[in-house]
Design a protein around this ligand. Structure first.
Ligand SMILES: Cc1ncc(C[n+]2csc(CCOP(=O)(O)OP(=O)(O)O)c2C)c(N)n1
Length: 667
C-alpha cells in the first residue's frame, strides 16, 4: 500500500493513527463481549475503519455526518465519550437513546452526528437538507453521508444525489464498496462498471479511491470538501474496501470466497499504516506498542464505567412524553374560541385556499428561516395555486421547486430541521405521500423519541375526493398517520381554522401532517382574521348544538353534516368538528357523547381501520354510561375511490348519511 504524506503534518498523522486504532480495538473487545453474551448484536466495520476515520477527520467538528452501521470510527473520531457509547450498546438508560435504540441507530446534536434508521438510504437526503441550510446561511460548510454498495440500489440514493445536483448542494456522498450487501455480491447489485460512474448521470464529479488507505481517504475528502464549498456542488466518492467479518456476527461469512480474506488481510488499513509510520520514522515500534497499550487501558477503563449501569426501570410517562418535542404555544396569538373571538378582530371574507395562502405568507414573514418546498410551487404557484406570487415576494431560495422525489424532499426537510430551519412541504396530492412514506413514518415521526432531535416540518396534504379524479388523486389517507406516534395530524374544515391551524403547525416543533380537502379549497368561504393568529392543535370545535344525535366529524364531512342538519330541521343534530386527529380532543368527544347519548362518527375515509374506529372504541371504553345507543359510523366504502362520478358518489360516506342518521335516531 502506497502512502503519500503530502503536506500533512506529523501531528495530524499521529492523530489519524490513534483515531484509526481506537475503533479497531473497541471492536475486538466487543467481539469478546459478544461471545460472552454481554452484548446482543454487533455490526463490524473491521477492515473498513480508514473510511470513517479519514472522512471524519477531513471535516470540521461542526459539520453534520450521516453515518451507517459500520461507521464506529465516525463516532469515536468525533470524541464521543466511550463510556456513554458502551452504555448505548447495552441499551442503557444513560446511553444516547435512553435504551430505545440499538447499535448505531442514534445521533447526537452536540457531535453533529445524525442517527440512521435501519433502512439505510434515507440518510442520504438528510445530508441534502443540512447542506441546503449551510447554503442558505452562506456558511462555508459541507455535510457528508455514507452508503454501502447495497444501499446504492435504493431509490433514496438516486433521489438524494439528483436533488443535491439540481440544487447545487455542498454534500459529500461516500460509497463504502465492500463487495457485498448482506450476502449479495455487487454483480447482483448493479451493472455499471464502477459505482462512481453513476456520478456522471447526475452531472456531478466523482472519484474512486482506495478506502483502506487512510491518508488517501483523508486527503481526498479534504480536497473534495474544499471543492464542494467553493463550487457549491455535491461530490461522489467510491471507497473500495472489504468487510472482514459477517454482516453482523451471527450471519457468518460462508458466501465469501476464502481467498478474499487473505487478499484483503494484506491490505489491512491499520497494519499497513503502522508499517509506513515506522518506515517514515513518524512512530517507532515502541511508540506503536505503547499507543496500543494506552488505547487498551483507555477502553478497559471506560468499559468499567460503562458496564456499571443499572437495569432500566420503565417509566411510561417519560416514554410517552419523549415522543414529542415540547410545543411552546404562543398564548398571545392563540384564539381559543375562533368562532366568537374573530368577531372582535378585523377580518376578511376568504376562500379556504386563500386562508391557507394567508397563513403561509404571514409565517414566511415571521420566520426568515422558513423554507417552502414542493413540486411546481415556485413560478407556477403549485397545482392548486396556494403559493401563487410567493416567488416574487420571498425568492426562489425559500420557495423551492423540487424534482419529482417525495422521499428526498421529506428527508431534506428533516436535514433543514437539524440546522434550525422550519419547512413546509407541499405534497402535490396527498396520494403521493406513499413515495415519501418511509421518511415520514420512520424518520420524522420517531426521531425525537429515539435520540431527542425534533423534526420541525409541516407536510401539506391536498386530500379527498368528490371531484371525479380517480383512485390516485382522491384518497383519504389520514388514518395511516394517525396510527403513527410522533406525528401530529391536523385537518381543518373552515377558512379560519385552516389559517389558524396552519400557523400553529408551523410554530409546532414537531412533524405535522396538514390535511387540506381539495373540494373545500374554492367552495368554502368565511371570515378570516387579518392578523397573524393561531388555533391550538388538539382542540375540537363545537360547530352546533343539538339534542337528538351527536355527529363527530372532520374535514369536508363537517359540511355534509351541516347541510344534512339544515335540510332536516326536524332532527336536532349536534356537530363536533375534531379539527385535529392526532392528538384527539377526548374532552370534546366525551362532551359530544354526553349532550345526546347517541353518536354518529362521520368521515370520508374508508370504514375499516378509519379514524372513526378509534373514536368508537374510545367512546365504548370510556363513555359507556353516557350512551343511549351503540356508537355508529358512517364512512366511505371499503374499496379504492373510483373515477366515474356515479361510482364516486356511491363510494362516498354522504350517500349513506341519511340512512345512518335514521338508524341511530330509531334507537
Ligand atoms: C430497506 C432495507 N432493506 C433491507 C435491509 C436489510 N439489510 C441490512 S444491511 C443490508 C446490506 C447492506 O449492504 P450495503 O449497503 O452494501 O452495506 P454493508 O452492510 O455492506 O456495509 C441489508 C440488505 C435494510 N436494513 N433496509
Amino acid at each position: 500500500m502506497h502512502f503519500e504524506k503530502k503536506d500533512i503534518s506529523n501531528e495530524t498523522i499521529k492523530a489519524i493513527y490513534k483515531n484509526l486504532l481506537l475503533p479497531r480495538m473497541i471492536e475486538e473487545k466487543m467481539l469478546v463481549l459478544l461471545r460472552q453474551g454481554k452484548i446482543s448484536k454487533w455490526f463490524s466495520g473491521i477492515g473498513q475503519e480508514a473510511i470513517s476515520v479519514g472522512a471524519t477527520m477531513a471535516l470540521q467538528a461542526d459539520e453534520w455526518i450521516m453515518p451507517l452501521h459500520r461507521n464506529l470510527g465516525v463516532f469515536t473520531s468525533r470524541n464521543m465519550p466511550l463510556r456513554k457509547l458502551f452504555k448505548q450498546w447495552q441499551g442503557d438508560k444513560d446511553g444516547y437513546s435512553k435504551g430505545r435504540e440499538r447499535s448505531f441507530h442514534f445521533g447526537n446534536r452536540e457531535h453533529h452526528i445524525c442517527g440512521m434508521i435501519s433502512h439505510l438510504g434515507p440518510q442520504l437526503a438528510i445530508a441534502d437538507g443540512v447542506a441546503l441550510a449551510y447554503k442558505l446561511k452562506k456558511e462555508q460548510k459541507v455535510s457528508l453521508a455514507f452508503t454501502g454498495d447495497g444501499g446504492t440500489s435504493e431509490g433514496d440514493f438516486h433521489e438524494a444525489l439528483n436533488t443535491a445536483a439540481v440544487w447545487d448542494l455542498p454534500v459529500i456522498f461516500i460509497i463504502e464498496n465492500n463487495g457485498y450487501g448482506l450476502s449479495t455480491p455487487t454483480n447482483e447489485q448493479y451493472r455499471c462498471k464502477n459505482l462512481v460512474d453513476k456520478a456522471a448521470g447526475y452531472g456531478i464529479e466523482g472519484v474512486q479511491i482506495d478506502g483502506n488507505n487512510v491518508l488517501t481517504v483523508y486527503d481526498t475528502i479534504k480536497g473534495v470538501r474544499d471543492y464542494c464549498i467553493k463550487n457549491q456542488k455535491p461530490y461522489l466518492i467510491e471507497c473500495m474496501t472489504f468487510r472482514m467479518r459477517g454482516h453482523e456476527e451471527a450471519s457468518g461469512v460462508k458466501y465469501v470466497p476464502k481467498n478474499l480474506f487473505g487478499e484483503w488481510e494484506k491490505k489491512d488499513p491499520i497494519k499497513n499504516f503502522e508499517q509506513w509510520l515506522e518506515q517514515e520514522n513518524i512512530l517507532s515500534a515502541a511508540d506503536i506498542t505503547r499507543l496500543r497499550a494506552e488505547t487498551k487501558d483507555h477502553i478497559e477503563e471506560e468499559l468499567k464505567a460503562g458496564f456499571v449501569a443499572g437495569k432500566i426501570i420503565p417509566d411510561t410517562e417519560e416514554e410517552v412524553d419523549d415522543v414529542y418535542a415540547r410545543s411552546m404555544v404562543n398564548r398571545e396569538s392563540v384564539i381559543d374560541n375562533a368562532v366568537t373571538q374573530q368577531v372582535n378582530m378585523p377580518s376578511t371574507e376568504k376562500k379556504f385556499i386563500h386562508a391557507i395562502s394567508d397563513g403561509l405568507e404571514q409565517s414566511l414573514n415571521k420566520y426568515p428561516n422558513l423554507v417552502l418546498m414542493g413540486q411546481d410551487i415556485a413560478e407556477y404557484g403549485g397545482a392548486f395555486k396556494v403559493t401563487e406570487g410567493f416567488v416574487e415576494k420571498f425568492g426562489k431560495e425559500r420557495i423551492r421547486n423540487t424534482p419529482l422525489c417525495e422521499s428526498a424532499i421529506v428527508g431534506a426537510a428533516l436535514g433543514l430541521s437539524l440546522e434550525g430551519y422550519k419547512s413546509v412541504m407541499e405534497m402535490q396530492f396527498a396520494d403521493f405521500v406513499t413515495v415519501g412514506f418511509n421518511q415520514i413514518i420512520n424518520n420524522l415521526a420517531k426521531i425525537h423519541y429515539r435520540w431527542g432531535q425534533n423534526a420541525d416540518v409541516v407536510i401539506r396534504m391536498p386530500t379527498g375526493g368528490g371531484v371525479g379524479a380517480g383512485p390516485f388523486h382522491s384518497q383519504s389517507n389520514e388514518a395511516w398517520f394517525v396510527h403513527t406516534a410522533g406525528l401530529k395530524v391536523v385537518y381543518p374544515s373552515s377558512p379560519i381554522d385552516a389559517k389558524g391551524l396552519l400557523i400553529a403547525a408551523i410554530n409546532d416543533p414537531n412533524p405535522v401532517m396538514f390535511f387540506e380537502h381539495k373540494a373545500l379549497y374554492r367552495s368554502i368561504t368565511g371570515p378570516v382574521p387579518d392578523q397573524y393568529f393561531e388555533i391550538e392543535i388538539g382542540k375540537a370545535k363545537h360547530v352546533q348544538a343539538g339534542e337528538d344525535i351527536s355527529v363527530i366529524t372532520y374535514g369536508a364531512a363537517v359540511h355534509w353534516a351541516i347541510e344534512y342538519a339544515e335540510k332536516n330541521p326536524h332532527i336536532s343534530i349536534d356537530i363536533t368538528d375534531l379539527r385535529t386527529l392526532l392528538p384527539l380532543d377526548y374532552d370534546a368527544i366525551r362532551n359530544a357523547v354526553s349532550r345526546t347519548g347517541k353518536v354518529l362518527i362521520l368521515h370520508e375515509d374508508n370504514l375499516t381501520g378509519g379514524v372513526g374506529a378509534e373514536i368508537a372504541a374510545w367512546i365504548a371504553e370510556h363513555c359507556y354510561t353516557l350512551l343511549d345507543a351503540p356508537v355508529m359510523r358512517c364512512a366511505s366504502l371499503d374499496t379504492p375511490i373510483p373515477f366515474s362520478i356515479e361510482l364516486e358518489k356511491n363510494f362516498m360516506a354522504y350517500s349513506r348519511l341519511g340512512e345512518a342518521v335514521e338508524k341511530l335516531i330509531a334507537y
